[in-house]
Design a binder for this molecule. Structure first.
Ligand SMILES: Cc1cc2nc3c(=O)[nH]c(=O)nc-3n(C[C@H](O)[C@H](O)[C@H](O)COP(=O)(O)OP(=O)(O)OC[C@H]3O[C@@H](n4cnc5c(N)ncnc54)[C@H](O)[C@@H]3O)c2cc1C
Length: 302
């Protein structure tokens, strides 16, 4: 462990490697266990070397963005989590094409597009994740989804050895799904194809969507957004509400009284509280309506 830590520090610098990292500090749920290591490479070269080392040393690892769709079980993640942060957040615009690093936040991308009067990204402006997480999840809102605007994505293979590009079609984007779920490779930058628009109209649209979010979603409490995927032909929140589960709590984890599709952390929820509540909701909805709810949130660790 010590020699692995030293190697990782050699590759990225002391401040970029946190051992026994409390992941509640890095996830929007503000709950959950520790990761053996959290590593934040500061360049593409560092990222490649870190991936190579983890792969050669046989260390389990995964990549994360802004942690807005991840829950780490209380037993912790036995392995390394590689976080693409600010070093991967540059945004460049040429004509109607916007290219950004996968660590860029959706809100920053939305602002940059708006400032250049480019339309097409408004739907995503309030999603509290990174561009990489949005590609991985094919994030969507208000009728838009990443699949509508991605032109291509630059990717590093899981072992850091290969750099390649996938077109939007090759990413096989579906409902909260991309080919990255299967291969585990790391998206490092994305080119979006937007369209010239009217800056005031773009600003207004983003403002309206933010107001809708603030009204309908429990944005002031820690959560990971909609906890469950939308089951074919239903809305998860409506099923949960109709099952009489609105407001139900386990410890400090609660089915949001504002939006039943959200599980919120009212203060000191543990991942175990959240997962118990998830199971109760799943069992009750299955029992009453015969519908199996699958979590949209990526649940990791022991
Ligand atoms: C209040 C709130 C509202 C939300 N609203 C929406 C919404 O409207 N629509 C929506 O779709 N989602 C929504 N979400 C969920 C979440 O913001 C999205 O899923 C987002 O795309 C996750 O991005 P992230 O950077 O936080 O990813 P993370 O949570 O860090 O990671 C999520 C998954 O993506 C993978 N991943 C992350 N970065 C990369 C990368 N560079 N390469 C390969 N894999 C990667 C991780 O391994 C993980 O499996 C909401 C969440 C919250 C808290």
């Amino acid at each position: 462990m010590a020699s692995l830590k030293n190697k990782l520090i050699e590759q990225t610098g002391e401040s970029c490697v946190i051992e026994h990292c409390d992941m509640s500090r890095f996830t929007s749920f503000r709950a959950g266990g520790k990761a053996d290591f959290l590593i934040t490479p500061q360049s593409l070269d560092q990222l490649k070397r870190v991936l190579k080392t983890l792969s050669e040393e046989g260390v389990r690892y995964m990549v994360m963005g802004n942690g807005s769709n991840i829950l780490v079980r209380d037993g912790g993640y036995k392995g390394a989590i590689v976080k693409l942060g600010e070093a991967f957040a540059q945004i460049r615009i040429e004509g109607d094409r916007l290219t950004a690093g996968c660590g860029a936040l959706m809100s920053s991308v939305a602002r940059a597009a708006m400032e250049q009067s480019l339309t097409g990204f408004e739907f995503a402006s309030g999603i509290p994740g990174s561009l990489g997480g949005a590609v991985f999840m094919n994030a969507g809102a208000y009728g838009g989804e990443m699949a509508h605007i991605i032109e291509e994505v630059r990717i590093i293979s899981r072992d850091g050895s290969r750099e390649y590009t996938l077109s939007c079609q090759e990413l096989e984007l579906g409902y909260r799904h991309s080919v990255l779920h299967e291969c585990g490779d790391v998206a490092v930058s994305v080119t979006l194809r937007l369209a010239p628009g009217d800056q005031e109209a773009i600003r207004r649209e983003m403002k309206e969507l933010a107001a809708r979010r603030n009204e309908k979603q429990p944005v002031s409490l820690p959560s990971a957004g909609s906890f469950f995927k939308r089951p074919e032909g239903y809305f998860a929140g409506k099923l949960i509400q109709d099952a009489g589960l609105k407001g139900m709590a386990v410890g400090d984890a609660q089915v949001s009284p504002l939006h039943s599709g959200f599980i919120v952390n009212n203060g000191n929820a543990t991942a175990t509280d959240i997962l118990r509540l998830m199971e109760i909701v799943q069992a009750s909805v299955l029992d009453q309506f015969g519908v199996k709810l699958e979590p949209e949130v990526r649940i990791i660790g022991e």
